[in-house]
Design a protein around this ligand. Structure first.
Ligand code: FAD
Length: 374
């Protein structure tokens, strides 16, 4: 069987490993021109579901690379008010030396690309497909084409494959904007940062709609491009940030970061010092989007995976973990001795309720965390 995967994101790469391990002929088509493109990393929490999926899908050498490039495991979820008065704290059991609880997205994807040189094709932006009998024809933006027995759309929240499979699928803007940034963990910053911020995920809220999340990325082995950092993200509506969307999207990283400094100007001095220590050029804006109902679609030789089926806010730390779970299910379905359409029927039956549970949890968390009604 020849499987074409559109998108070398977290789900697409994990699926590729699972299928290659089972001897399936796989090609992954990625629109980015190279693996180093867009090296902006952000921290991704890996849950036991994600860890289990990685163990099931990855060959040993790739799994070791993921473990080596992950962060040292964290054990804390904590909340503070804007003067850093503790509001809540939850401690999680620690793990063994190979435990993976968080990764940097760039380092993680690079690790997941290990051993896939013959499978990955960069600079291929998917445009459309045509199902013709037992074959799927695929067209790319550069005018080239390919064929496969099964096409998997693993092309993320704005999936073009999904746009053709489920044209009326709705992805809603929840009204929350994030300004994402990095504070490099220099010795000086490490000495001022509250210990809780180095132990896991901390959320600081002013109780009036502005929040800031902090979480450490303390690499076991850092990528070549950068070292340890404290992920630092401001969240709020346009009104809270004092800025409309068209202004946000046109701003330089330095101007974006000046919004963070302005909104946190009356917060605890340590927060202000952290904000002042950020790598300003790393700032970028994010719009939080979600579906309410995960995608369902008629079974054919074209299927979907990850954010393409169930885009969700990061508020449950579940999008990547759910994509990895999907990849395990799809690998299993496509490598069983079952006719392909039956296999895809059972895959689609599995991923709908599982994805819906994660979307619902992320929606509920987002409403609580960001004080919005969705
Ligand atoms: C700030 C932030 C924090 C997050 N934190 C967490 C977390 O802690 N835990 C968690 O589980 N999840 C988290 N998520 C969500 C997580 O990043 C996504 O759910 C996950 O990356 C989805 O994986 P995917 O493979 O479906 O899509 P993606 O990883 O988005 O990959 C899609 C790939 O498809 C490519 N592509 C897109 N269109 C085309 C095209 N037309 N042709 C070819 N290629 C294309 C893209 O370039 C990309 O490489 C976070 C997200 C954000 C934004």
């Amino acid at each position: 069987m020849r499987v074409a995967i559109v998108g070398a994101g977290i789900g697409g790469l994990a699926l590729a490993h699972g299928l290659v391990k089972a001897g399936v002929d796989v090609t992954v088509y990625e629109r980015d021109p190279s693996p180093r493109h867009r090296n902006q990393g952000y921290r991704i929490h890996i849950s036991p579901v994600g860890e289990e999926a990685l163990a099931a899908l990855l060959p040993d050498a790739v799994r070791r690379r993921v473990i080596e490039t992950a962060t040292h495991p964290g054990d804390l979820l904590a909340g503070f008010d804007s003067q850093l008065k503790p509001m809540f704290e939850q401690v999680f059991p620690g793990g063994g030396p190979d435990r993976v609880t968080a990764v940097d997205r760039y380092a993680f994807r690079r690790a997941l690309m290990t051993g896939l040189d013959d499978v990955l094709v960069f600079g291929k932006q998917f445009e459309s497909y045509v199902v013709d009998g037992d074959e799927v024809g695929i067209r790319f933006a550069d005018g080239t084409s390919a064929t496969a027995d099964v096409l998997v759309g693993a092309d993320g929240v704005g999936s073009r494959v999904r746009a053709q499979v489920v044209p009326d699928f709705e992805v809603a803007d929840i009204g929350v904007r994030c300004i994402y940034g990095k504070v490099p963990l220099s010795p000086a910053v490490k000495s001022l940062v509250p210990q809780a911020f180095l132990r896991g995920f901390s959320f600081v809220s002013n109780g009036r709609g502005a929040g800031a999340a902090f979480a450490p990325v303390l690499f076991r082995t850092p990528p070549e491009e950068y070292g340890d950092y404290l992920m630092s993200v401001l969240t709020g509506t346009n009104a809270v940030l004092g800025c409309a969307d068209d202004e946000l999207s046109a701003m330089s990283p330095a101007d974006l970061w000046s919004i963070v400094a302005r909104v946190t100007a009356s917060w605890h001095p340590t927060v202000r010092e952290l904000v002042a220590s950020a790598e300003v050029d790393a700032a970028f804006p994010i719009t939080l989007r979600t579906c309410r109902r995960v995608a369902t679609w008629p079974v054919s030789r074209v299927t979907l995976l990850g954010d393409a089926i169930h885009p969700m806010t990061p508020a449950a730390g579940a999008g990547a973990n759910t994509a990895l779970w999907d990849a395990v299910r799809l690998t299993r379905a496509l490598t069983e001795e079952t006719p392909v359409l039956e296999a895809l029927t059972s895959y689609q039956r599995d991923v709908t309720p599982h994805g819906q549970a994660a979307v619902t949890e992320s929606l509920e968390n987002a409403q609580r965390l960001f004080s919005v009604t969705i």
